[in-house]
Write a protein that binds this ligand. Structure first.
Ligand code: DC
Length: 223
């Protein structure tokens, strides 16, 4: 299988995938594709249209008409910047069933492949190395303990002024881990050829340096 110039970063919520992916893209002068943001923007589009997953005709209507675009690190839904709107608690809860839906995944995976096919992309998600780009030149499975992930997310939420306790944040992370890894369609799992990296005791910069080093290693061993 011919490799594509993509670094796929999969792993559970809060392992630091998107922060690392953004910085790696910067370091390599590549683009960054945040596939989680695409599922979130789809959940937002459905919420706004008042469409649930049970109404198939309406669901396909929204999936067929919404336009998602990512410019830098901003995500646009029908030309509106929704980067903040997709991060609220309501969308964070609704995105779980939306991202578990095979019809939604089929549409978004096709868009992701279309966007990434030219290469020069760092892509983060749950199924990038297993489903979207099984031919990615480098696959990372980024993990961290529940405690480390909850602590980081808790500090982020505090900085944003969101009032949640550490226990609530940890419970939210565990709920999402369970949902993401037990769903029937494209569950979260490490690709056989992915390198597992535990970021628990590492700073963001250390994670970035490590992955860029791995990329340089891949480059130097590819004929
Ligand atoms: O990474 P995130 O929290 O922004 O992802 C939002 C949701 O979308 C999360 O519930 C996992 C899901 N997701 C997915 O199923 N597949 C992806 N490639 C990316 C995210």
């Amino acid at each position: 299988m011919e490799k594509i110039q993509v670094i796929a970063i999969d792993g559970p919520s809060g392992a630091g995938k998107s922060s690392a992916a953004k910085k790696i893209a910067e370091a390599l002068s590549w683009d960054y594709l945040d596939t989680g943001a695409m599922y979130r923007a789809t959940a937002l589009a459905l919420t706004r249209e008042g469409v649930g997953l049970e109404d198939e005709a309406a669901l396909f209507g929204v999936l067929g008409s919404m336009r998602l675009e990512q410019l830098g690190t901003r995500i646009f839904l029908n030309d509106e910047d929704v980067s903040e709107a997709i991060r609220n608690r309501e969308i964070t809860q609704f995105v779980t069933p939306v991202s578990a839906d095979g019809r939604v995944r089929q549409v978004l995976v096709e868009q992701q492949r279309h966007i990434g096919q030219r290469g020069g992309f760092v892509v983060d998600g749950r199924d990038i190395g297993t489903v979207v780009f099984p031919n990615a030149a480098l696959k990372i499975y980024l993990t961290a303990t529940v405690e480390a992930r909850a602590q980081r997310r808790f500090l982020e939420q505090q900085a944003k002024g969101i009032a949640m306790t550490l226990e609530e944040v940890a419970a939210d992370i565990q709920r999402r881990d369970h949902a993401d890894s037990t769903r029937a369609v494209a569950p979260l799992r490490k690709a056989d050829d992915a390198v597992e990296l535990d970021s628990s005791g590492m700073t963001l910069d250390e994670v970035v340096v490590k992955i860029v080093e791995m990329w340089n290693q891949v480059q130097s061993t590819t004929p």
